[in-house]
Design a protein around this ligand. Structure first.
Ligand SMILES: *Cc1c(COP(=O)(O)O)cnc(C)c1O
Length: 462
């Protein structure tokens, strides 16, 4: 299995190389050369299997011979062993025909753990084999950072630097990044918003001398391995609800487009997903793009669902690449136009995207109201991101087709927004109960790639 860049000018790589690299050298994102499929019978056979076994069967065809069956089985077992629910991604019924997929049972309480725990294990196997040392730099709107730190802290051959937007993450999110005492962990508060963090990260990757000098690796959802790990729970959830014998719809609270793109891949593999619904908060570039065909960057408006406060959705580039018939030159052109503020999606590509995705946007007031409504109707306390999904899902329910809303974070990660909505302050689980008593370590950095590079180089040599 080979991976090719969405911009068509970087060498094809195998799975391991694509995972260790992150961003392609031409600035593009890696996608599989072909998407493997699973037959009706293979999907039906997933019913009742442990999550880890479903993961093995779904992931294996994408890995080629980069990891042995034994290595992969071990990595998956260690990745999900720390989750606090035996189903790993349990389903909870909200209403007849509407289910929540709880993706916050991992160590840092957001769905990012599903991918990060697994790639943490796969990195360790690959680095032990090669004797390489890598510098991971990640950009986060809040949840990726803590998940990456948890997955890589304390490892001797990895340094991990996380760029987060200063003052724009929740206090729980910030403390999850700033309190780990491990010397290889560096929480960097960048003076800017998430899109700045992501843009500076890309600057680092595009400086090939720096990139090669420090062994730069990326674990944002630009990393294909992240997306792949997330494909698994679409299968486990849909099969529990009757797939492949019936269709299942999904609604995904969306920011960087990684999670929903994993659902798209699951469908391409043969899983009978009907509607795949993009739910955005007031930062609605994706909803506007699908509605008008114009992908135009606006200004980020901070919201109560901060993990989705994004204007440039990195993984959308992968969807564009496929919608443009895998035309790397066309994607390159679009990304050049994006630097100047945006682009118009071609009519053909737009039709393809509209066939693949439905979208909706939720205001702040509607988000708060939905947290309230769900508590009243079910007794469940949901996080604001989940509320965004649930609200749009309810507009897209279809008779006879189960709808799954992805519940992407534990409500205790966003206690202020939840308390403002329903007057309940959700408690952190026991392993994090003393989070507010732990010492914090934060370095502030300017919104400047050179400043970040110097900091990384200094800390490497000291
Ligand atoms: C990251 C995140 C999202 C958005 O996921 P994308 O893959 O970036 O679209 C939604 N909700 C929560 C809680 C998140 O942490």
């Amino acid at each position: 299995m080979q991976y090719v860049s969405t911009r068509g000018q970087a060498p094809a790589l195998n799975f391991e190389q694509a995972m260790l690299t992150g961003l392609a050298r031409d600035g593009g994102l890696y996608v599989p050369e072909t998407i493997p499929t699973m037959s009706f019978d293979e999907i039906a056979a997933l019913e009742g299997l442990p999550y880890e076994e479903v993961a093995l069967r779904v992931i294996r065809p994408f890995i080629g011979d980069c990891f042995s069956e034994e290595e992969l089985t071990g990595a998956i077992a260690r990745a999900y062993g720390s989750f606090d629910h035996v189903a790993r991604a349990p389903l909870v019924q909200l209403a007849p025909g509407h289910h929540l997929l709880e993706l916050f049972r991992g160590p840092t309480l957001a769905f990012k753990d599903f991918a990060m725990q697994l790639i943490g294990q796969l990195f360790q196997i690959a680095l032990a084999r090669s004797g390489q040392r890598v510098t991971i730099v990640g950009a986060t709107s809040g949840d990726t950072g803590s998940a990456a730190i948890e997955a890589f802290r304390g490892l001797s051959n990895v340094d991990v630097y996380i760029l987060y937007p200063h003052g724009r993450v929740s206090e729980v999110q910030r403390r999850q990044m700033s309190t780990p005492a491990d010397a290889n962990v560096h929480a960097l508060a960048l003076d800017g918003h998430f899109d700045d963090c992501q843009a500076r990260l890309k600057d680092l990757f595009n400086d090939h001398a720096f990139r090669d000098g420090v062994g730069l690796a990326g674990v944002n959802s630009i990393n294909w391995a992240r997306v792949l790990a997330q494909v698994v729970y679409y299968f486990s959830a849909a099969v529990s609800l009757g797939a492949p014998h019936r269709q299942v719809d999904f609604t995904v609270p969306t920011g960087n487009f990684g999670d929903i793109f994993a659902g798209f891949i699951a469908r391409e593999m043969g899983l009978p997903i009907g509607r795949l619904v993009i739910a955005t908060n007031q930062n609605d570039i994706l909803h506007r793009a699908l509605t008008t065909g114009e992908y135009r960057v606006g200004t980020v408006e901070p919201s109560i669902s901060p993990s989705m406060d994004i204007q440039v959705s990195s993984n959308f580039e992968r969807a564009l690449f496929l919608a443009y018939g895998r035309d790397g030159a066309a994607v390159r052109q679009l990304m050049d136009e994006l630097k100047a503020g945006g682009f118009t999606i071609s009519q053909g590509a737009l039709e393809q995207l509209r066939d693949s995705f439905v979208s909706g946007r939720v205001s702040e007031a509607e988000t708060t109201q939905m947290i309230r409504t769900i508590l009243e109707e079910t007794g469940e306390v949901i996080c604001p991101h989940t509320a965004v999904a649930v609200r749009i899902a309810r507009e897209n329910l279809r008779p006879g087709v189960p709808m799954v809303s992805l519940s992407t974070a534990h409500p205790a990660k966003f206690p202020d927004a939840v308390e403002a909505a329903v007057g309940i302050r959700p408690a952190l689980p026991p392993h994090m109960a003393d989070l507010f008593d732990r010492d914090e370590r934060i370095t502030q950095v300017a919104n400047d790639a050179e400043a970040i590079k110097s900091l990384v180089l200094e800390r490497r040599t000291s």
